[in-house]
Design a protein around this ligand. Structure first.
Ligand code: URA
Length: 259
């Protein structure tokens, strides 16, 4: 049982993480302006929830090529994978990390230079922001699972190619199948497109529940986009609050008054 002192320390740490994530230096600084929560029955290019199509390897099922593999066998296979050209240029395969029974799974795009070097997802600049986002939610990286659509870095961080996504997707599907998260939070358009049919802008659907194979998907912006567009952090924080509410977890608050 946590002592009152430990609870106070945890709360202070959460508030600091939240302030940091919002780009503020002090917990008492003004929070972002409230964002109106428009709920539209339809959005361009997508219905709500997103219609599921496809069969084996399609959007409606988490069952894929590697459905019979244990976690260990899956990781071993990924580490030795030579199914696309990225194996020629990668330094390390980035399989993903976190709790194998996590309620919440984040899915990004592909490893960047730092991730390729370290073999761990989201450890570069985007990763630092993602870590702050997770901590602002009152969670730790160890409590969630962090994966990518591609397990190997595309040269010069170019967009994933369709054939690379096709080859790599079964790894992600099996990860989802084993972890069975309650919520998948997709970061950016590639992750959302890999799990749903939606190909439009994230801004149109962010924070709105979609579905992949019976699992709720909450799309939000990619941290790299947030680094380029800090004003979008407000919206991303709203999306993360939606995730917390759907998980039945407390939504951290900060003081609305400047000191
Ligand atoms: N961007 C991603 O999408 N994934 C990573 O692991 C790092 C940066």
């Amino acid at each position: 049982m946590d002592t009152p002192r430990q609870l106070a320390l945890d709360l202070a740490a959460n508030l600091r993480a939240r302030a940091l994530y919002q780009g503020r230096t002090r917990v008492g600084d003004a929070p972002p302006a409230p964002v109106s929560r428009r709920v539209e029955p339809t959005v361009a290019g997508a219905r709500f929830p997103i219609p599921l199509t496809g069969s084996e390897g399609g959007q409606s099922s988490a069952k894929g090529l590697y459905s019979s593999l244990s976690w260990e066998a899956l990781e071993e296979k990924a580490q030795a994978c030579r199914d696309c050209g990225l194996c020629e240029t990668r330094t390390q395969v980035v399989f993903g990390e976190g709790a194998r029974d996590a309620d919440l799974m984040f899915v990004g795009e592909a490893p960047g230079r730092d991730e390729d070097e370290q073999g761990r997802p989201f450890v570069g600049r985007s990763g630092k922001l993602l870590t702050q986002m997770i901590e602002a939610m009152g969670l730790s990286r160890e409590q969630v699972f962090i994966a990518n659509v591609l397990k190997c870095r595309p040269p010069a961080n170019r967009d994933p190619a369709a054939d690379e996504v096709k080859q790599c997707r079964p790894y992600l599907l099996r990860q989802i199948e084993v972890i069975t998260p309650k919520i998948i939070c997709t970061l950016g358009r590639h992750a959302l497109r890999t799990l749903t049919d939606y190909e439009g802008p994230i801004g149109k659907v962010r924070g709105r529940p979609m579905e992949f194979a019976g699992t709720t998907v909450i799309p939000t912006f990619h941290p790299a986009y947030l680094l380029r567009n800090p004003s979008a952090k407000r919206d991303a924080w709203e999306d993360l609050k939606t995730v917390l509410r759907m998980l039945g977890r407390p939504v951290p608050r900060v003081s609305t008054k400047r000191p």
